[in-house]
Design a protein around this ligand. Sequence first.
Ligand code: RB5
Length: 145
Amino acid sequence: MIAVASDHAGLPLKLEIIKLLEERGLEYRDYGTYTTESCDYPQFGEAAARAVASGECDRGLLFCGTGIGISLSANKVRGIRCAVCSEPYSARMSRLHNNANMLALGARVVGTDLARMIVETWLDAEFEGGRHSRRVDMITAMEEK
Ligand code: RB5
């Protein structure tokens, strides 16, 4: 199950990526927003992040104007590693090396086709573990301090 969420600025791109998830037969839950009325990204970033952190969803996709505000919000939730990516290389590496469980995209930064490529790359990539586990564990340990 993939969590998706956006603010008003990210909504159009979220709807495009939902089409991609449907094409791929992937289940998703949309944690809002559902209209283009101006709203506050932390509310929606937090809702999707809590769904991922609780295990209700496996991974999450977030959208705002830049991808920054909503990723900062998600990263405040314990257990969340959200990467903002504007190209596929970073998206892939965020899975392979950082075990990112959420990906944030800027609807005002990337076009639809590039966003689709970034999301597909991210969904298909798996964490490599090994030495990277130690580093990711160090990030997790910071949450206990
Ligand atoms: C909304 O105007 C915009 O600030 C928001 O979508 C996001 O880009 C913030 O980081």
